[in-house]
Design a protein around this ligand. Structure first.
Ligand code: AMP
Length: 307
């Protein structure tokens, strides 16, 4: 029984009010896989890179228990590249470049050893490729979580809607929820999006936390007020990796356990933003994670008597 993580493995160039990077390692599956590796060691990766991608990084995935038999390295081709610039509030960003490169010729092959997939994290990727992965699994996983972004709403809406209809949990940010639904109110947006097929919807609101909806219930988790936010890149994928990592570790997909999964995901994301790229994620210790989860509990705990 394993967790399959799919999505981009990439180079990013990032500008924030605190600095600027050249090409560093990024990608949705990179962040989601590394984050999930804190919760379970049974992780399989499906993605694609060019031969410009560092072998040490792939070795680093393996060292953290992420198997890479399904990570294709395409000779003579360039890895996916994304570049973004954050505004002063760090909650909004402009995409400066999206170079699909290897993604354009990617045919996701699922190794036989991956077929025992119980949890599927379809990280941000071309929706037709996300769909191919699901089609190529002999049995539908117990839980399919998918993430996407505005880029695919603008370039592949038809495929995206087909993929959303086949997913159990959709995670998107507040601006994307508004774009997808055409509704400003997030409650109305959630109703509309749940009508598109997913059983659960998570709306990520950056420094304002995250909302989990199904047709009957809503849960809200705050984000920790942090002193230093250097780079929000990958926070959404890190959140998703922690979320599904906790569910895969406990093998419990009840709404109550999803609430706990959201807290674990939020805790992981709160580390991610403290340094550029994946740097902080790679340093987290179990004690730090435990303390941070406790900070979440303390943040929202209060006594109240209704008169
Ligand atoms: P996040 O900040 O969680 O939205 O994710 C940022 C990561 O997503 C970066 O590391 C990028 O490499 C990756 N990314 C950016 N645009 C796309 C896209 N259109 N499809 C897939 N991955 C993307």
């Amino acid at each position: 029984m394993s967790l399959l993580v799919v999505g981009t493995v990439a180079f990013d160039a990032i500008e924030t009010p605190f600095g600027k990077t050249d090409k560093i390692i990024g990608g949705a599956a990179t962040y989601a896989g590394l984050s999930a590796s804190f919760f379970t060691d049974n992780i399989n990766l499906v993605s694609v890179v060019g031969d410009d991608f560092p072998k040490e990084t792939i070795q680093g995935f393996n060292d953290r228990g992420i198997r890479t038999e399904g990570l294709q390295v395409l000779a003579g081709q360039k890895s996916f590249f994304w570049s973004g610039r954050y505004h002063n509030d760090m909650n909004t960003r402009d995409t400066l470049a999206t170079e699909l490169n290897v993604i354009l010729s990617f045919d996701p092959i699922i190794p036989d050893s991956y077929q025992d997939c119980e949890f599927l994290m379809l990280g941000n990727l071309m929706p037709s490729l996300q769909m191919k992965v699901l089609d190529r699994l002999q049995e539908r996983p117990k839980l399919v979580v998918m993430d996407t972004m505005n880029f695919w709403m603008e370039t592949a809406m038809e495929d995206l809607l087909k993929m959303i209809a086949r997913t159990d949990v959709l995670t998107i940010n507040d601006a994307e929820a508004r774009q997808l639904s055409g509704e400003y109110s997030l409650v109305k947006a959630a109703q509309k999006i749940l009508g598109m097929g997913p059983k659960y919807l998570i709306i990520k609101k950056g420094e304002h936390g995250a909302l989990l909806f199904n047709n009957e219930q809503v849960f809200f988790a705050p984000a920790l007020p942090l002193e230093d936010v250097f780079d929000p890149t990958g926070a959404g994928d890190t959140f998703a990796g922690g979320f599904i990592g906790h569910l895969a570790r406990t093998r419990d997909i009840s709404f109550d356990n999803m609430k706990r999964a959201i807290i674990f995901g939020s805790a992981m994301a709160s580390f991610c933003v403290e340094k550029f790229g994946t740097e902080r994620l790679l340093e987290i210790t179990n004690d730090e994670l435990e303390n941070r989860v406790q900070e979440f509990v303390d943040l929202v705990q209060f006594d109240i008597t209704l008169v």
